[in-house]
Write a protein that binds this ligand. Sequence first.
Ligand SMILES: Cc1ncc(C[n+]2csc(CCOP(=O)(O)OP(=O)(O)O)c2C)c(N)n1
Length: 382
Amino acid sequence: MTVMEQRGAYRPTPPPAWQPRTDPGPLLPDAEPYRVLGTGAADRTDPRLLRALYARLVRGRRYNAQATALTRQGRLAVYPSSTGQEACEIAAALALEERDWLFPSYRDTLAVVARGVDPVEALTLLRGDWHTGYDPYEHRVAPLSTPLATQLPHAVGLAHAARLKGDDVVALAMVGDGGTSEGDFHEALNFAAVWRAPVVFLVQNNGFAISVPLAKQTAAPSLAHKAVGYGMPGRLVDGNDALAVHEVLTGAVRRAREGGGPTLVEAVTYRVEAHTNADDATRYRGDAEVETWRRHDPVELLERELTRRGLLDEEGMRAAREDAEAMAADLRARMNEDAVLDPMDLFDHVYAEPTPQLREQRDLLRAELEAAAEAGPEGEER
Ligand SMILES: Cc1ncc(C[n+]2csc(CCOP(=O)(O)OP(=O)(O)O)c2C)c(N)n1
């Protein structure tokens, strides 16, 4: 007699039928990054959109070059250039309505400026002058976030709160590939999906987190695939194709606005320059790789499309360059003016109610400044 026969009456009960809670199929990203430029789909694009994107991309490139030059002249403490990533930056700003909110990272000055923030004010933080430098409420742009991914839970909180209040607001949050390894990324995406918050997450996969390449950052099939684990759609797009990024982001914003919940968009792009002016990229990557990406340049891709459709000629290109040059000249002139600053401002806006330690430090600094003022310029030199 077998053991099972001895137990006689034992009949294992089958477990309840298991079903996936949602079908993961529709959430999966495409196998290849989505492209529009150079395909038949581009022919259907409104020429006004093509022209608007082109003018802003040309300006964006010039802005990056000017800001980097300002670091060399000691007028800017640091600048993380987004050269090569202009398509993502500009498309992100244009995908939003005025009533929406943008949550940028430190690399996203171009998106901030494209949203309407004064080009000088957008650099205040990087000059080290003042806190954010611009009024976040004026253009609905959160401060440029230096701590990686912390802007993501903020975006979810704002978007969810707006929805609870019945306000029609979508938040678009930008983050780098390295930022996707942060706990804040996980928490933000999880909350967003569970609450169906009207948020769009744009990951600019530019290949590197300073010197760390993507292969050392994640073993995921793509960053867009991470969406499936949270229960939101993941979209993979060519981040140098301004039309493709614009279309995917506009679609994701519309979906969020209509109550469809969040989307994770991975834009595959490349950081053509070093991490910042303080980094030497030749120490961790070769020229050949950079050259390959330079041949897939977002400005040139758009230029080719406009030219092919007869929407741009030499004269148009010159006009765009002149417009960008005027913006750069104005930026240069205004950044060369010494900022008038009150050191006591340092203590304002840290807490609603300053802590005893902060008050003590404030009093110490005030006393030092008063003593220095009494001593006059000679005293300062000693
Ligand atoms: C919480 C946190 N950890 C570490 C850093 C230091 N840090 C600054 S930039 C950076 C790399 C980020 O790379 P990625 O997210 O890919 O963005 P990218 O700079 O390429 O735009 C790191 C580790 C930081 N700013 N914040």
